[in-house]
Design a protein around this ligand. Structure first.
Ligand code: NAD
Ligand code: AHE
Ligand code: ZN
Length: 375
């Protein structure tokens, strides 16, 4: 298949909010600096649903969504040296070129090399898509497009991992789990003994709980409108649970009252700007730090009284938990293999690519953390 167009099945989002359609898609060979990957397993993340909804200003249609996956390199383009056919890999929507001013700064995991192209659904070299149906181009998504049996990504977006790792599990290390762990370890740098509040106990929020537990947090307060998340959350480190629906007071006041003035760290893992405000304002005066993890739709804006920051609270955000993708995803896979981090526990459902619309439906029902599709 090397050097040839591959025709395979992919789930195409033709329009916002319209059911995805499994189509025969042509996948062009990788050009210089590109890698064609056979995707074996992909999960769905809330961000796929967000873009599909039409609210993402970077959402272009028709496109192939998906960004939390694992697979095997099928072929590589000219000049690709770090991976070869047969390597087990995780595509990374947050690239790492190791050469741009972002990568060199040591202050961020964001990479500037391919971001402008991935934001408009094309490959960097010729600003074209490698996907087409009967000659009509289909846009890429987040530089990954994993809802396809084959995808083409930039070489700076591929993490080579331990070939013994089960791909049907470690696909989750492409997004949600690292995001939560890294928000705690890299972005907030939670110290032992700290108090933590987590808004939203989906995969990302539960991974924040797991990260906080391993960091030695003394109290880990989970906040969710779905009370079933308390039992589930306990397995990941949640020590207390608050359902905002059980309280008349604003949720920030409930947390302040519970914690003698507020928590040391809070994390917003929902994507709701009102809760981003609550998460900031439930932080302790003088030092409390709040990290925005959730993605809010275009047009949504955050606000608070500047006095909240004047009096020492800190507002931050995180993308992919601050992890440098190509360097650190393989290390996270190793940690999983050594049973130092959970992954299996987040997989609540398994379906096939053909059942992808059912998988999206499941996301909106309680009880689903991650649904992994056999591609
Ligand atoms: P999810 O839908 O599985 O989890 C969200 C949780 O929030 C659910 O348990 C839901 O019951 C709860 N919730 C919803 N509304 C609520 C409310 N008003 N009050 C309290 N709880 C509420 O989503 P996920 O996959 O865990 O992702 C969480 C967010 O993180 C999404 O916005 C996603 O786009 C974003 N995300 C960001 C990054 C990043 O790099 N910054 C990475 C991955 C995901
Ligand atoms: N196109 C969206 C941006 C959404 C966003 O913030 N994405 C996160 C990853 S979410 C993964 O589930 C991210 O990494 N952002 C940094 C970046 O470079 O995109 C919008 O709303 O415009
Ligand atoms: Zn994601």
């Amino acid at each position: 298949t090397q050097g040839q167009v591959i025709t395979c099945k992919a789930a195409v989002a033709w329009e916002a909010n319209k059911p995805l359609v499994i189509e025969d898609v042509q996948v062009a060979p990788p050009q210089a600096g590109e890698v064609r990957i056979k995707i074996l397993f992909t999960a769905l993340c809330h961000t796929d649903a967000y873009t599909w909804s039409g609210k993402d200003p970077e959402g272009l249609f028709p496109c192939i969504l998906g960004h939390e996956a694992a697979g095997i390199v099928e072929s590589v383009g000219e000049g690709v040296t770090e991976v070869q056919p047969g390597d087990h890999v995780i595509p990374c929507y947050q690239a790492e070129c190791k050469e741009c001013k972002f990568c060199k700064s040591g202050k961020t995991n964001l990479c500037g090399k391919v971001r402008a192209a991935t934001g408009v659904g094309v490959m960097l070299s010729d600003r074209k898509s490698r996907f087409s149906i009967d000659g009509k181009p289909i846009y890429h998504f987040m530089g990954t497009s994993t809802f396809s049996q084959y995808t083409v990504v930039h070489d700076v977006s591929v993490a080579k991992i331990d070939p013994h790792a089960p791909l049907e599990k470690v696909c989750l290390l492409g997004c949600g789990v690292p995001t939560g762990l890294g928000a705690v370890w890299n972005t907030a740098k939670v110290e032992a003994g700290s108090t933590v509040a987590i808004f939203g106990l989906g995969t990302v929020g539960l991974a924040v709980a797991e990260g906080a537990k391993t960091a030695g947090a003394s109290r880990i307060i989970g906040i969710d409108i779905d009370s079933k998340k308390y039992e589930i959350g306990k397995n990941f480190g949640i020590t207390e649970f608050v359902n905002p629906k059980d309280h008349e007071k604003p949720i920030q006041q409930v947390i302040i009252d519970l914690t003698d003035g507020g928590v040391d760290y809070s994390f917003e893992c929902i994507g709701n700007v009102q809760l981003m405000r609550a998460a900031l304002e439930c932080c302790h005066k003088g030092w409390g730090t709040s990290v925005i993890v959730g993605v809010a739709a275009s047009g949504q804006e955050i606000s608070t009284r500047p006095f909240q920051l004047v009096t020492g609270r800190v507002w931050k955000g995180t993308a992919f938990g601050g992890f440098k993708s190509r360097s650190q995803v393989p290390l996270l896979v190793d940690k999983y293999m050594h049973k130092e981090i959970k992954v299996d526990e987040y997989v609540t459902h398994q379906l096939t690519l053909a059942e992808i619309n059912k998988a999206f439906d499941l996301m909106h029902e309680g009880g689903c953390l991650r649904c992994v599709l056999d591609v």
